[in-house]
Design a protein around this ligand. Structure first.
Ligand SMILES: [Zn+2]
Length: 270
């Protein structure tokens, strides 16, 4: 392993203070892994190349873990048991996928920016109001949030992904998520849980343990993960994993829709 990739891995592990970004378990540093969002080796490079062709990634996208948006920390259970086997995957949130899909459908093609530029602009949307995109106000609370989607639901029947830090319930208020008031039920409309490994890593005093189960089959409440990765990179990694099967998860159906738009454009331009 090169010194560069070794230090990139150490940086990722230090960002998360050796917590798994998904289940929030903390392990000794030797037990936690810095993993890339794309597949490793040649297959990963092919995924990146195809994503650049679709405009999901910029031309000179850095695929190494030293890229600021291409890696996260995972425990062996999440990594080996679920992600490496493509049983589950990270996805942009549904409101963001909806926005990007509508952008591709409703903006005249000659006026469209590549999606990686759209995502860059969206990241500026909280401070910049004058830009050539449809109004993003409704998706602002979701720009840093991602979901975990199940690519092979039949493989997770009877499986439970446990967390030592089940987050409190949250709701949207004034375009931001905040903790839900006492008495809120997880079954109430609009209630979510937000897993935030970075916040946990930065905490002076780690919160007390709160054991729980991370739903893998779309149960309520909706769960989100606040992660320092980029929407376009997560989407680029996901489009190569969705295939043609029929999914129940709306995030996966929307991702297939986005992929379908790109494929149709490539077909008609040939
Ligand atoms: Zn984990």
């Amino acid at each position: 392993m090169s010194d560069d990739s070794h230090s990139a891995e150490n940086e990722i592990l230090s960002t998360y203070d050796a917590h798994c970004a998904i289940c929030l378990t903390r392990l000794p540093q030797a037990g936690i892994q810095a993993v890339g969002l794309f597949d490793s080796s040649t297959r990963g490079l092919e995924q990146v190349r195809a994503s650049i062709d679709m405009g999901l990634l910029p031309e000179y996208y850095d695929t190494s873990l030293s890229s600021d948006s291409n890696g996260l920390a995972q425990c062996p259970t999440c990594h080996m048991g679920y992600f490496t086997s493509n049983t589950i995957a990270l996805s942009p949130s549904l409101p963001v996928l909806d926005y990007l899909c509508n952008y591709l459908k409703n903006t005249p093609v000659p006026d469209q920016m590549p999606l990686h530029k759209v995502c860059s602009q969206l990241r500026l949307a909280t401070t910049m109001y004058d830009f050539a995109l449809p109004d993003p106000t409704s998706i602002l609370p979701y720009l840093e949030l991602f979901t975990v989607v199940t690519l092979r639901p039949e493989d997770v029947i009877g499986c439970h992904l446990l967390t030592p830090h089940l987050p409190r319930l949250s709701i949207v208020k004034n375009d931001e998520f905040e903790f839900a008031p006492k008495g809120t039920s997880r079954m109430d409309q609009g209630v979510v849980r937000i897993f935030d490994a970075f916040k946990l890593a930065m905490a002076d005093n780690p919160p007390p343990m709160s054991l729980g189960i991370i739903p893998l089959s779309g149960e309520t409440p909706q769960c989100y993960w606040r992660l320092p990765v980029k929407i376009e990179v997560v989407l680029a990694a996901l489009v190569h994993r969705v295939g043609m099967r029929v999914y129940k998860a709306e995030e996966l159906r929307k991702t297939q829709h986005i992929l379908g738009i790109f494929m149709q454009r490539r077909f008609t331009s040939q």
